[in-house]
Design a protein around this ligand. Structure first.
Ligand code: NDP
Ligand code: GDR
Length: 327
C-alpha cells in the first residue's frame, strides 16, 4: 500500500521538491492550496519539475482550522508536512500580525487538525535557523539557545515549541527540522540568492544594468533545497520524532555569493552592484553557521550540492529562462 502525504505550502520551493521526492518514492501526494492563489501561475514550480499532473490539490488555508480538519479527514494522510508560511523575513516587519497568524498560529492549526482527526499521522514542521537570530554560539546546533530577531522568527519559534509541546503532551510523532537557508532555481525572486542569479543573467543578456542589494556582509549557511527535502522525509521515517538541524556547516557572505554568480558569466560585480538602504532590515541576523552532525549521525543525511554548484545551476536556469523569453 502506497503512503499518502499531505503538504501545506506545496506551491512554494520546498513543496515542489518534496513532492518530486515523495512521488519518486511511490507516495500519493496531496497539496493544500489557497483559493486566492488559484491562477495560471499557481503550479509553475511543479510544472518546471514536470510533476504538476501527478499531485492532487485541495483548497485550504492555514488560518482555517475547520477546513484543515476536513482536509485531514478526507485525505487520511500518513505524513503531514507543514511547509506553508509567510516566509519572507523582510515582509514580516510590514505584516507582523499576518506573519504571526500564518507562520505561527497556522502551524498550531495544522497540529490541532492532526491531533483531533488523525493523531497517528507523522508531522513535520518547517522550523528555521532564523530562530537563532542574535547568535550566542559560533556554530548552531539543536542545543543552541534561540534569540529571534524578526516577527517571522518569533512566529517560527512559537510553531517550533508547539511542535515540541504536542510531541511531549499528546505523543504525536511530530518533528521539527531547523533548516538553514536553502535555495534552488525554484527559489522566490525576493530572496537574495535568486535575486542575484536572476540579475546576473539579465545583466549578461543586456536586459539590466545594475543589481541593488542591502547588507552584503551578512553571512549565511546555504544549501540546496533538493538535498534539504530529503532530510525532511528522513525525519518522518524514524521510530521516534525529534528535532534536527539541517545545514552544510559552511558560512559565506552575501558579497562572496555574489562574486561566485558573476564569475560564472565572466563579469566583474564591482561594475554592477550598488548598495541600497531600501534592502537593509530593522534588525539583522549577521551570521548563521549550522552544525548538522546530529542529522548526519541519526538520519544518515549529508548535503550533496556545494554552494558553487548550486549558484551555477541557478544562474544557468535564469539565463535559459530569459533567453527563451527573448525569442
Ligand atoms: P515559499 O515562500 O516558497 O512557500 C511558502 C508557501 O506557503 C507557499 O506555497 C504559499 O502559498 C504558502 N502559504 C503562505 N501562507 C499560507 C496560508 N495562509 N495558507 C496556506 N498556504 C500558505 O517557502 P519555501 O518553500 O522556501 O519554504 C518552505 C517552508 O520552510 C516555509 O515555512 C519557510 O518559512 C521554511 N523555511 C525555509 C527555508 C529556506 O531557506 N527556504 C529555511 C528554513 C525554513 P501561496 O502560493 O498561496 O502564496
Ligand atoms: P533570509 O533570506 O532572510 O536569511 O531568510 P534572504 O535571502 O531574504 O536574506 C539573506 C541575507 O541577505 C541579506 N541581503 C538581502 N536579502 C534580500 N532578500 N534582498 C537583498 O537585496 C539583500 N541584500 C542583502 C539579508 O539582509 C539577509 O541577511 C530565508 C527565508 O527562506 C526564511 O523563510 C528562512 O527561514 C531563512 O532563510 C532560513
Amino acid at each position: 500500500m502506497s503512503k499518502t502525504a499531505l503538504i501545506t505550502g506545496i506551491t512554494g520551493q520546498d513543496g515542489a521538491y518534496l513532492s518530486q521526492l515523495l512521488l519518486d518514492k511511490g507516495y500519493r501526494v496531496v497539496g493544500v492550496v489557497r483559493r486566492s492563489s488559484h491562477n495560471e501561475k499557481i503550479d509553475h514550480r511543479l510544472r518546471w519539475l514536470g510533476i504538476a499532473d501527478s499531485v492532487e490539490m485541495v483548497d485550504g488555508d492555514l488560518l482555517d482550522l475547520s477546513g484543515l480538519c476536513r482536509i485531514v479527514k478526507d485525505v487520511q494522510p500518513d505524513e503531514v508536512y507543514n511547509l506553508a508560511a509567510q516566509s519572507f523575513v523582510k515582509t514580516s516587519w510590514q505584516q507582523p500580525l499576518l506573519t504571526g497568524q500564518a507562520t505561527g498560529i497556522g502551524a498550531a492549526n495544522v497540529l490541532e487538525a492532526v491531533r483531533l482527526i488523525k493523531p497517528d499521522a507523522r508531522f513535520y514542521q518547517a522550523s528555521s535557523s532564523e530562530m537563532y537570530g542574535l547568535i550566542q554560539e559560533p556554530r548552531q546546533s539543536e542545543k543552541t539557545p534561540f534569540y529571534p530577531r524578526s516577527p517571522y522568527a518569533v512566529a517560527k519559534l512559537y510553531a517550533h515549541w508547539m511542535t515540541v509541546n504536542y510531541r511531549e503532551s499528546f505523543g504525536l510523532h511530530a518533528s521539527s527540522g531547523i533548516l538553514f537557508n536553502h535555495e534552488s532555481p525554484l527559489r522566490g525572486l525576493e530572496f537574495v540568492t535568486r535575486k542575484v542569479t536572476d540579475a546576473v543573467a539579465r545583466i549578461k543578456l543586456g536586459l539590466a544594468k545594475e543589481l541593488r542589494l542591502g547588507n552584503t556582509d551578512a553571512k549565511r549557511d546555504w544549501g540546496h533545497a533538493r538535498d534539504y527535502v530529503r532530510a525532511m522525509w528522513l525525519m518522518l521515517q524514524q521510530d521516534t520524532a525529534d528535532d534536527y538541524v539541517v545545514a552544510t556547516g559552511r558560512t559565506v557572505s552575501v558579497g562572496d555569493m555574489v562574486n561566485i554568480a558573476f564569475a560564472h558569466v565572466g563579469l566583474d560585480p564591482a561594475e554592477f552592484v550598488k548598495v541600497d538602504q531600501t534592502f537593509f532590515r530593522p534588525a539583522e541576523v549577521d551570521v548563521l553557521l549550522g552544525d548538522p552532525s546530529k542529522a548526519e549521525r541519526a538520519l544518515g543525511w549529508k548535503p550533496e550540492t556545494t554552494l558553487e554548484q548550486m549558484i551555477t545551476e541557478m544562474v544557468d536556469a535564469d539565463l535559459a529562462r530569459h533567453r527563451s523569453q527573448l525569442v
